[in-house]
Design a protein around this ligand. Sequence first.
Ligand code: ATP
Ligand code: MG
Length: 416
Amino acid sequence: MSKIQTPNPVRGTQDIYGEMEERFAHVVATFEKIRRLYAFKGLHIPVIEPTAVFARSLGETTDVVSKEMYSFEDRGGDSITLRPEFTAGIARAFLTNGWQQYAPMKLATHGPLFRYERPQKGRYRQFHQIDAEIIGASEPAADVELLVMADQLLQELGIADGVTLNLNTLGDTQSRDKWHSALVEYFGDHRDVLSEDSQRRLETNPLRILDSKDPDDRGISYAAPRIDDYLSSEAQDFFAAVTAGLDAAGVVWERNAQLVRGLDYYRHTAFEFITDRLGAQGTVLGGGRYDGLIEQLGGKPTAAVGWAAGIERLAMLVGAPVLAGPDAVVIPLGDAAESAATGIIAGLRRAGIACDMAYKGNMKKRMTKADDSGAAYAIIIGDNELAAGKAAVKNLANGEQTEIALNKLPEFLARA
Ligand code: ATP
Ligand code: MG
């Protein structure tokens, strides 16, 4: 039989293990803690959704819908898409389950997302996000709550230094439409110097030109009409209430009048937490208000606001967490000890003591395993100890060894 060649992983995917997995788990655990502090309910939604959920809500001309979605026809002939973001799926769940009666709803989730992008540092085809949304609240207090929550998350992760909150308003629909026309006119006059991509954006999604990374586009964008000249007084008041709330909560922010979000459905508040420590992939957390989305999915007009953050990017920023070893490693020596150890370790685990067993190799190998595991104690059980109903317990930090009765082990280790 010819040897089978191991298939390569899919481009842009990664196996997350070891220290990076610890960082991931730390980010998610911190998020879970914060979302409870802010009284957000947990939620899990499907990884697969009908393609229409994203195509309708994100806007046909956005990068995500036009070139990044993993869509396929399933065996029943339905068009299915692997979720490229959470917001549209959560909005769909809100409508499917008739949650209007509970509005405003504060929801939080996390998990994998899929986008067909060019893989590079901090950019993958399968990546992970934490996500928080408030659905059914048109008050600026909701925007403020989400921003203060995001800020506290970054503080608790210890990465707030060097991460800046960039804040903008896109105005209400009326303000945004006027600004849109002004931008089309302005960029139309400078069409020749725009990048090819931005010439295309001029037809499809002119706001996105402001978001372009191309140096020529940036030069032109610099003097483009600003949203401030088109804001209705309601939109001005809304933005003032958001910034006043942030100031009251002591959250530092910067105005970035060039900031637009990639997706079509944003209104009013738009924001990104940006760092220069991740090269080109500097946005760690982004979001804003999307009052029009639920209606586009067939629901009644429902105001909503939310954010998402890439777990990979957050995990790259957090310092290496201390790898916590088990409380103890059990080292049986001899056949009798080995079978007795099975019962002893089961008892320890049931008592809530994290332990591992070293059952391979000679005594030296087993001790090395215990040392390398980061455990606090090695519990050595030989035939002599067993006969005496005891174990030799070695403190791996200082090398001290004591004899402890087997039935006193849980108590000893719990105190240690
Ligand atoms: P970018 O401008 O980096 O493409 P985006 O605007 O497409 O970001 P969002 O849709 O707002 O990103 O997603 C929120 C966050 O999710 C981003 O700030 C980033 O941290 C993360 N993210 C987005 N796309 C990827 C990806 N392909 N790989 C890893 N993380 C990602
Ligand atoms: Mg993107």
